[in-house]
Design a binder for this molecule. Structure first.
Ligand code: GRF
Length: 189
């Protein structure tokens, strides 16, 4: 199965996915895409000799450029790994139930527009939550709303800081995202 990874920033999840499937017979990371020409994920893709494509807002929302590229490359699954733009309808329609996202909270809690990165963990601390975690889910036309595929939890301990929550969440993301992708790819066979 051929996957395309969309990321807007550092791409530590993309890194784990590229590592996981580097020698896989089941999954190939075919392309990395970003809206941000300075995203570190592009460097990471280069390091794995995986091609990348950068697009701008106009191309993404007003043209079929990105969909055409994904179709031409025969992409089976689209993986959003820290991608901050809402997915447009043409892309959703071209890949029904074939677009997944990872989010650093236990959705439906702490999701939606503007809820990303540090803001999520700050809100969790402010609310005094006793547990926190991550969600991997199918993507629909709203931020962080499609059907949940997998969640993983951890306890918020007294004294946990923003950095600690971030770290614990990231560990879970790195642990589960490649596995969830692998399981989906098996199902598509
Ligand atoms: C992750 O926390 C993910 O849940 C969120 O964006 C972050 C991306 O981190 N959607 P990275 O770029 O993979 O390091």
């Amino acid at each position: 199965k051929r996957i395309a990874i969309f990321a807007s920033g550092s791409g530590s999840n993309a890194q784990k996915i590229m590592e996981h499937f580097k020698y896989s017979n089941l999954v190939e990371v075919t392309l990395v895409l970003s809206n941000n020409p300075d995203a570190y994920v592009l460097q990471r893709a280069d390091n794995f000799e995986i091609p990348s494509h950068v697009f701008d807002r106009q191309a993404f929302y007003d043209t079929d450029e990105v969909v055409d590229i994904l179709k031409r490359l025969d992409i089976d699954l689209v993986v959003l790994a820290g991608f901050l733009w809402l997915v447009p309808e043409n892309l959703l329609k071209a890949f029904p139930n074939k677009i997944i996202n990872i989010h650093p909270s236990l959705l439906p809690k702490y999701g939606g527009k503007g809820m990303y990165g540090d803001k999520v963990h700050k809100a969790v601390l402010a609310a005094g939550e006793e547990e926190h975690g991550i969600t991997i889910h199918f993507v629909n036309e709203n931020f962080d709303e499609g059907e949940v595929i997998h969640q993983a939890k951890f306890r918020v301990e007294p004294g946990d800081t923003l950095e600690i929550l971030k770290f614990k969440g990231q560990q879970l993301e790195h642990q589960y995202f490649p596995k969830v992708i692998e399981n989906l790819a098996k199902k598509y066979n």
